[in-house]
Design a protein around this ligand. Structure first.
Ligand code: HEC
Length: 141
C-alpha cells in the first residue's frame, strides 16, 4: 500500500481544485436560457442587424455564400458552451467584416441580444450587459 500513498494524494490535489473552480463558476454564472436580454433590446439589435449585417448573413440569419448562418446547428455548434462575452466580443471586434470595430460596445450587446433571440433564447427582465466582465458570467447553454 505504501507506494500508492503519495500517488493518491497527488491525484486528489489535482482534482479538488478543479471541483472547487467548477462550483464557483456555477454559482456566479447565469445561462442564456434564463433570459438575459430584453425584448426591446433585441428590437434595437434587429434594426442594427438589418442595416449592417443582413447583407452578408441574410435577413433571416441563414447565411449567404461565405458568410455563415448565425442560427441553427452551425451557430450552436460553434457557440454552445462559450460565454456571451466571447460572442459579443467576436461581433464587436471582427464584424461587420467590411468595417470591423465600428459597432461600439452598446450596439454589439444589442445585436448579440438579437442573435440570441433568433437562436431560441428567451427574453428576460434585464438587458444583456455591455461590460465584458458581466458578459463573461453568462454561458450560452
Ligand atoms: C461583408 C460581409 C459581412 C458583414 C457585413 C457581416 N459579417 Fe459576420 N461574417 C462574415 C463572414 C465571411 C464570416 C466568416 C469568416 C470570418 O469569421 O471572418 C462571418 C462570421 C461571423 C460570425 C461568426 C460565426 C460563427 O459561428 O463562427 C458572427 C457571430 C458574425 N459574423 C456576426 C455578424 C454580425 C452580428 C454582423 C453585423 C454587425 C456581421 N456579422 C456582419 C461576413 C460578414
Amino acid at each position: 500500500m505504501k507506494p500508492f500513498g503519495p500517488l493518491a494524494l497527488c491525484a486528489s490535489a489535482l482534482i479538488l481544485p478543479g471541483l472547487a473552480l467548477a462550483q464557483e463558476a456555477g454559482s456566479a454564472a447565469s445561462t442564456a436560457s434564463a433570459g438575459v436580454y430584453t425584448a426591446a433590446q433585441a428590437e434595437r439589435g434587429q434594426a442594427q442587424y438589418s442595416q449592417v449585417c443582413a447583407a452578408c448573413h441574410g435577413e433571416d440569419m441563414g447565411g449567404i455564400d461565405v458568410a455563415p448562418p448565425l442560427t441553427g446547428t452551425t451557430f450552436s455548434g460553434n457557440w454552445k458552451g462559450q460565454t456571451a462575452a466571447a460572442l459579443a466580443n467576436r461581433i464587436r471586434t471582427t464584424m461587420p467584416l467590411n468595417n470591423p470595430g465600428t459597432l461600439g460596445i452598446a450596439a454589439s450587446a444589442d445585436v448579440t441580444a438579437y442573435v440570441l433571440s433568433k437562436n431560441g433564447y428567451p427574453a428576460g427582465q434585464a438587458e444583456l450587459p455591455k461590460e465584458p466582465s458581466r458578459l463573461q458570467q453568462i454561458k450560452l447553454d
